[in-house]
Design a protein around this ligand. Structure first.
Ligand code: SF4
Ligand code: SF4
Length: 180
């Protein structure tokens, strides 16, 4: 059992969009479909809220509103890794998840009728590799690992860099944290 998460250090992020491209390549996405996007957003909780420009993707919520509204169970949390997955075979394209996601992380695929998103490159991770956005980051801005292991690299980075979640006040329990 694990709960995979990530820290993104914006102090060394070059904002080059390499993560977006690496994700598109690994997941064979068309050029206009992006599971990772550079955006302006807020980190922290009121009253300590700051605006940042950051690569944003599915936050792999511990309490995912997208899964709660999915009528078919297509969107679900993997019990072994905590990663929120989309079973394309069960997705009916109703887009409820897209409306429920407060991070605008879901992407409707016209071609397949599925509402897709980042899955932390779980097939690669299961083979012992890192997600593509981590391994291909030229600034080494991303640290990935098990948030349930207090000694993991990702937890050390989270503590040392005082990394914060985006809109932690929403109660979604995100698994991605930003240092700025
Ligand atoms: Fe679902 Fe959005 Fe949370 Fe990802 S960020 S788990 S798509 S609610
Ligand atoms: Fe579930 Fe698919 Fe509907 Fe999203 S679009 S809520 S994944 S059935």
């Amino acid at each position: 059992m694990a709960r995979y998460g990530m820290v993104i250090d914006l102090r060394v992020c070059a904002q080059c969009r390499g993560c977006t491209v690496a994700c598109q390549a690994v997941n064979q996405l068309p050029p206009d479909e992006r599971w990772v996007e550079l955006r302006s957003t807020s980190v922290g909780s009121f009253p300590s809220v700051r605006r940042i420009t950051a690569p944003v993707q599915c936050m792999q919520c511990g309490n995912p509103p997208c899964a709660a509204v999915c009528p078919t169970g297509a969107t679900h949390k993997d019990s072994k890794t905590g990663v929120v997955l989309v079973d394309a075979g069960r997705c009916v394209g109703c887009r409820y998840c897209q409306v429920a996601c407060p991070y605008q992380a879901r992407v409707f695929e016209e071609k397949t009728g599925v509402v897709a998103k980042c899955i932390f490159c779980l097939p690669l991770v299961k083979q012992g590799q890192q997600p593509a956005c981590v391994s291909q980051c030229i600034g080494h801005a991303r640290t990935f690992g098990d948030l349930d292991d207090p000694n993991s690299e990702v937890n050390r980075a989270r503590r040392d860099l005082k990394a914060m979640a985006v809109r932690a006040d929403l109660g979604t329990d995100p698994s991605i944290f930003y240092a700025s």
